[in-house]
Ligand binder design. Structure first.
Ligand SMILES: Nc1nc2c(c(=O)[nH]1)N[C@H]1C(S)=C(S)[C@@H](COP(=O)(O)OP(=O)(O)OC[C@H]3O[C@@H](n4cnc5c(=O)[nH]c(N)nc54)[C@H](O)[C@@H]3O)O[C@H]1N2
Ligand SMILES: Nc1nc2c(c(=O)[nH]1)N[C@H]1C(S)=C(S)[C@@H](COP(=O)(O)OP(=O)(O)OC[C@H]3O[C@@H](n4cnc5c(=O)[nH]c(N)nc54)[C@H](O)[C@@H]3O)O[C@H]1N2
Ligand code: SF4
Ligand SMILES: [Mo]
Length: 717
């Protein structure tokens, strides 16, 4: 048989797809033919990225041999043995000179569960370094922190996506699934038909436009003011007697202190801060409260990637709790996980403070359990490391990492403060990058190792619903590329690491099951055979239980007493723009005269740093370069015409783009996609030190910039 049932390589919706390597089309084009499958999240739908994903399997720029930088600075192909010998020797040398934390690992949410798990284990067991973190820190950390604090557990969607099919009211805060997960939109159809789609976004995004014709609502707050907006919504719910008192009594703690904390946020006051008319706030709150069943509150990066992202996500959960939604069948709160394995990637130990099974690395019982599975002494496991942005901006310094392995991220584009990241990479003694394409980060590497693409490897992924899936091998990798488990096994052997580092995905999954047993993200009851048979497998699924848990919280929340906590949150008095500069700990005001608020995000056609999608001809042709969305009135005031080259300047740096005039954005705000390289990289403008105090999430969604028109030639400088 020439067809393989698998899933799209990109986002967390993990659309079901079939790859056919034997069809006439496949033979003619030189890569598998893609078909969309009937899978619950996508039901035969896919977006342009999924449809074109197989093109990259035959891309001529594919890396097929290890590349080592010579003394002359030029990369040369070397054998795998030479590459791995050198990598192990550099790890050893850095640790001898600078201690165990002299070596760091930077992972990613696109890795399979097995690769992510093994990477975390490799750091703690083979290197015994605490310095491991990953790009999920830039993605899910605020929502995860809020869910852990309020609900006692973080599973992005605590219910199947298909539950939304029956919803009559859905509040979407800072998420644009019409572009970021197009097939997801079909699950909002029922709510749209009932006039119940409420979208909160400073832009009239493709998703916000879905509210136009069917009586839904688009609230357009100023970026970063969502916390206040949510307090306003809660105020209306409480003061109009719409709260579910019986539910609060039975299933939550902290409602009294919470109720008091809301008093000061009546809608007219909230309007002054957010710019959202009081009457619309009232309408939205009443819509949400019209029935207990069928109502959902969902957040995305737009409200989470802020210095108060954890508190804002908490405020969204509080609102849902007031309405009695979480843990009730047919309603709920959730966040839309982003990366293909963003969910599994954060459960199995890539995060600086976590061990597999969503365990805390500082919890003695968790350490003992995991060390037991790994066959090491718990005392030998390192403690918590440091979060991603801090790790990247301290590279090469006295207390920073000296030798870094980047596996599954393109930090030169995806991480905040590009200049600081580049300085850090240049200050390293040794940088290894594992990728299947030469990335902007690989440009600074000493060693580049070619790995497998999704359709060439076996493994498991966990989608945005906490559903575990099989990723299957549909074709042979190019000679020269190697899988990550093999690389880790070879390195572990060279480093004489204790325990086993199997190169076999099924064996690693079996070990992961044991390591996760008893943890929050318990996979111990999920069998490879069941996954292979396409059965629906959800965590938590403890060994011995007859099935997993599609809907968590129905009986109890994750805290020991089984209750959810209403955690009072409020906007910080000092304002949200405290930005201690790494060059002198200055405080920068949010706005200097004439400055605009910059928010960043995604376009449909490109995925993340663009290292994959910028290589797909049709996607590149559709969106060849960065465009700055700017209101016509603002553009006119700055002498900027549609299509003109513009320069953006922030306290961190400078970037260029073409202006795209649009009334879909607030006049005080501009929007820039972050998918581009060189002078077009949005993260040149973003601070790496303005981070959420709880989650360490950088503020990608609200910076301060000035804009000006420039000559076209200046754009490349
Ligand atoms: N096409 C495409 N799809 C993707 C990805 C991709 O790169 N490209 N990446 C995947 C990943 S990893 C992720 S995390 C998800 C992200 O998916 P989303 O969260 O949907 O993506 P973003 O575009 O980052 O942000 C969503 C919206 O937030 C709005 N926003 C900005 N600032 C604010 C604010 O202060 N308040 C509010 N309320 N809204 C604000 C933006 O205008 C934007 O429309 O997408 C996944 N899917
Ligand atoms: N300004 C701004 N910045 C942002 C965001 C934003 O909204 N605005 N969003 C943030 C978010 S939500 C995210 S998730 C990050 C993502 O940021 P990045 O991590 O920079 O994004 P990717 O492009 O997914 O990087 C993955 C890299 O690893 C490679 N890769 C893919 N799969 C594998 C694999 O299985 N193994 C290995 N070894 N390599 C692989 C890809 O080719 C690519 O080069 O960006 C964050 N940065
Ligand atoms: S929505 Fe996500 S998973 Fe589905 S095809 Fe598009 S990128 Fe792939
Ligand atoms: Mo993400």
């Amino acid at each position: 048989m020439s067809t393989t049932a698998t899933h799209c390589p990109y986002c967390a919706l993990q659309c079901g797809m079939t790859l056919d390597t034997g069809s006439a089309a496949a033979a003619a084009q030189g890569y598998p033919e893609v078909a969309a499958r009937q899978f619950p999240t996508n039901r035969g739908g896919m977006c342009r990225k999924g449809w074109t994903s197989a093109e990259l399997l035959a891309d001529p720029a594919r890396l097929t041999a290890p590349l080592l930088r010579g003394a002359d600075g030029v990369f040369q192909e070397v054998s795998w043995a030479a590459a791995l010998d050198r990598m192990a020797a550099e790890f050893r040398a850095a640790q001898e000179r600078h201690g165990r934390d002299g070596v760091g690992i930077f992972g990613g949410g696109s890795l399979t569960n097995e690769n992510a798990y093994q990477l975390g284990k490799f750091a703690r067991v083979a290197l015994r370094t605490s310095r491991i973190d990953y790009n999920g820190r830039f993605c899910m950390s605020s929502a995860a922190a809020a869910a852990n604090r309020s609900l006692g557990m973080d599973r992005g969607l605590p219910f199947p996506v298909t539950d939304l099919d029956d919803a009559h009211t859905v509040l979407l805060l800072g998420t644009n699934p019409a572009e970021t997960m197009p097939p997801f939109v079909q699950h909002l159809q029922h709510a749209r038909q009932h006039g119940g789609l409420v979208v909160v976004d400073p832009r009239r995004s493709a998703t916000a436009r879905m509210t136009d014709d069917d009586g839904g609502l688009h609230l357009q707050p100023t970026p970063g003011s969502d916390l206040v907006l949510l307090l306003g919504l809660a105020h209306v719910v409480l003061h109009e007697g719409l709260a579910d008192r019986e539910y609060l009594e039975r299933r939550t703690t902290g409602s009294e202190a919470f109720t008091t904390s809301i008093n000061a946020w009546w809608p007219e006051r909230v309007e002054q801060v957010t710019g959202v008319p009081a009457e619309r706030i009232r309408r939205a709150a009443r819509l949400l409260a019209r029935a207990r069943k069928g109502t959902y509150v969902i957040t995305g990066r737009g409200v989470e990637q802020h210095v108060d992202g954890t508190d804002t996500a908490t405020a969204a959960i509080n609102l849902a709790l007031l309405l009695g939604l979480p843990g009730r069948e047919g309603s709920g709160w959730g966040t839309l996980t982003g990366q293909g394995n963003g969910q599994g990637g954060r459960e199995h130990g890539q995060k600086a403070d976590q061990l597999p099974g969503y365990r805390s690395i500082t919890d003695p019982a968790a350490r003992a359990h995991v060390a037991g599975v790994w066959g090491v002494d718990p005392a030998e496991l390192p403690g918590a490391g440091i979060p991603a942005a801090e790790m990247l901006t301290t590279l090469g310094t006295d207390h920073g990492v000296r030798c870094l392995w980047v596996n599954g991220s393109n930090v030169v584009i995806g991480a905040p403060d590009t200049d600081a990241v580049v300085r850090g990479l240049q200050a390293l003694d040794f940088l290894v990058v594992c990728d299947f394409f030469f990335s902007e980060t690989a440009e600074f590497a000493d060693l580049v190792l070619p790995v497998l693409q999704w359709a060439e490897e076996e493994g498991t992924m966990t989608n945005l619903e906490g559903r575990v899936l099989r990723r299957r091998r549909a074709l042979d990798p190019p000679p020269g590329a190697r899988d990550e488990l093999w690389i880790m096994a070879e390195l572990a052997r060279r480093l004489e690491a204790p325990g086993t580092f199997s190169p076999d995905p099924e064996e690693v999954f079996e070990e992961l099951r044991r390591a996760s047993a008893g943890g929050k993200a318990d996979y111990s009851g999920i069998g490879w055979a069941a996954l292979d048979a396409g059965e629906a497998c959800w965590w938590p699924h403890p060994a011995g239980a007859s099935a997993g848990t599609p809907r968590v919280f129905l009986d109890r929340f994750g805290h020991p007493d089984g209750r959810a906590v209403l955690v009072p949150v409020r906007p910080r008095a000092a304002g949200r723009a405290v930005d201690p500069s790494p060059r002198g700990h200055r405080r920068e005001p949010l706005h200097t005269a004439g400055a605009l608020t910059l928010t960043t995000g995604r376009w449909l056609e490109h995925y993340q740093s663009g290292n994959q999608t910028r290589r797909v001809p049709s996607l590149h042709a559709a969106r060849p370069g960065a465009r700055l969305q700017i209101h016509p009135a603002t553009a006119a005031a700055h002498g900027i015409r549609d299509g003109a080259a513009v320069e953006l300047t922030s306290a961190r740096g400078r970037a260029v783009a073409r202006a795209e005039l649009s009334t879909d954005i607030r006049p005080d705000t501009v929007f820039l996609p972050f998918h581009y390289a060189g002078t077009q990289t949005a993260n040149r403008l973003v601070s790496s030190t303005a981070v959420d105090p709880v989650s360490a999430m950088p503020e990608f969604k609200a910076g301060s910039v000035t804009v000006r028109a420039i000559d076209a030639e200046e754009t490349t400088r």
